[in-house]
Design a binder for this molecule. Structure first.
Ligand code: CYC
Length: 215
């Protein structure tokens, strides 16, 4: 007997409710202030002391989080400002979309300033194509990797490289590894020889995500 295609379903696929709940759990777990204070103090000069902060932007699509990444000595001069958006897509499952903000200087420090955060609009965002994280839930939290394909192109010291990046997120914090590779030779050009950055959660803003998109 031919099996009916209509009834075929891969076992691992979650129901829509389950995957929305998982997405919301990821959003909640990202919200907060993370720093590698201990690692930086124990291993100078291998690791700079970095602060990573994620906070909800309720005026934007569900899950949108402002990210400011800065050296701890200059917290309001972030070297990376992004909007991240956990999202479930039918082909790839749980993902995090990564957007740059046009002229992001306008919003430096907005992570600590709700009125300024509220000014960020959807038309300020530009999707960083190829830089989407593919995420899986684990018992303790989440694992994410930049999508395959070597398409997350970044420029460092005038040279183009593609980013290979992974993170592991749980209640206590987040570990990250970023590495850049040459687009043709695939030679390792920069990043993480000493091992992952170990960020600990210092402030938990997860509760802000519970009400941000409720209506
Ligand atoms: C680039 N690091 C990137 C990019 C991503 C991340 C997505 C390229 C796309 C972009 O610019 O947004 C990583 N973004 C993340 C991670 C999260 C995130 C893990 C959390 C979910 O939202 N990166 C570090 C270290 C440092 C580093 C502190 C040491 C290797 O976290 C370097 N990352 C680094 C560099 C680049 C990069 C040099 C490319 C050039 C640049 O942006 O300056």
């Amino acid at each position: 007997m031919a099996a009916s295609l209509r009834h075929w379903e891969p076992k691992a696929v979650e129901s829509e409710d389950q995957s929305t709940a998982t997405r919301d759990r990821l959003t909640r777990l990202l919200c907060g202030t993370f720093s590698n204070r201990q690692q930086a103090f124990e291993n100078p000069p291998l690791y700079g002391h970095i602060m990573v902060r994620f906070r909800p932007l309720p005026q934007l699509d569900v899950g949108s989080l402002l990210l400011e990444q800065a050296y701890a000595i200059a917290p309001n001069e972030p070297y990376r400002v992004r909007v991240l958006r956990p999202a479930v897509c039918p082909q790839r499952g749980l993902t995090i979309l990564n957007f740059a903000i046009h002229d992001d200087r306008r919003f430096w420090g907005a992570i600590d300033d709700a009125p300024r955060r509220s000014e960020i609009q959807e038309h300020d965002l530009q999707l960083l194509d190829g830089c989407t994280y593919i995420v899986e839930a684990t018992s303790a939290g989440f694992l994410g990797k930049v999508e395959p394909g070597c398409r997350c192109l970044v420029t460092r010291k005038g040279h183009t490289s593609y980013l290979v990046s992974e993170f592991e997120l749980n209640k206590t914090g987040m570990q990250t590894i970023d590495r850049g590779y040459h687009p043709e030779t695939h030679e390792h050009l920069w990043g993480s020889i000493a091992g992952p950055f170990q960020f600990e959660r210092e402030i938990d803003w997860g509760d802000e995500s519970l009400t941000a998109w409720a209506n």
